[in-house]
Structure formats: structure tokens, C-alpha cells
Design a protein around this ligand. Sequence first.
Ligand code: FES
Length: 159
Amino acid sequence: MAHAAPFDREIARNVIAALKHLPGATLPILHALQDRFGYVDADAVPLIADALNLSRAEIHGVVSFYHDFRDAPAGDHVVKLCRAEACQSMGCRDLERHAEARLGVAMGATRADGRATLEAVYCLGNCALSPAVMIDGELYGRVDAARFDELIDELGVGR
Ligand code: FES
């Protein structure tokens, strides 16, 4: 995955200015900032709050409520494991533990070498083929530990 541009307050201001007139502008602004920078920088929160006449706590609450938003840059590869009901019934918790061990990083974190980020998602719409995994935007179904290792090996992410 290509690295997004580094956070820049002026660019963030422009993004916010372009979208702040939309109804319910918070979500479109957050999505646009994450698309631009790969995450929502903490410095963007007061800019959004000022532009929308909302409190910083309200904006921060939206960022933390939606699992799609990151508050730090992602690694080179983003590995998402589904944690919703169908995948739970097919053993996604075991797969999580395996993934954490294989990648050497906890759920919700990025490896120290920046090679991979491991995240939970709550349904990828692939419930019939659970447990479901998404790697760099590609969806995979019925992923067991062995298949997970194959997929990670293909990325060339070391241990
Ligand atoms: S519950 Fe995992 S893909 Fe729907």
C-alpha cells in the first residue's frame, strides 16, 4: 500500500472548507481527511470543530466511534479481521490470536517496523464465507491459520 501524504494543516483546512457546508459534514470531512492522509491527525480535530461549531469532544467521539477511522498512520499493509457474529461463530477469535502472533502486533496496532497494521472490522459482508479477512482492500473468505500465513507470506511481511 502506498503511503499517504504527511499531515498538513493547510491542506486539512482546505478539505474542511470544501465540505463543511454539507449536511452532516463531520463524516464526509473525516473520510476525506483519512483518504488524503491515511488517518485523522489529532491536529485536525480542533480545525473540524471550529469549522462546524462543534466541540472537540464531539469530533473526537465520532473518530473513536467509527472503526473505519485511524488516529495514526497505517503500516505498509493493512490486515483487517472480521469480528462480527458470523465470523465469531466460525472461530475468528482464534484467528485473531494467530494473526497477532504471526505478525507480532496486537489488534488495533501497527508493527514497530511499519510493515503491517492489524485491525478489527465488524462485518465485511462476507458472512457466508467466514471467517473473513481483508488485506489491503482484498477480501478473503474461510481463512484459517494456514491460509492466513500463506496470505501474509505473499506480502513478504517478515516476522
Ligand atoms: S460477520 Fe464477518 S463478514 Fe459478516
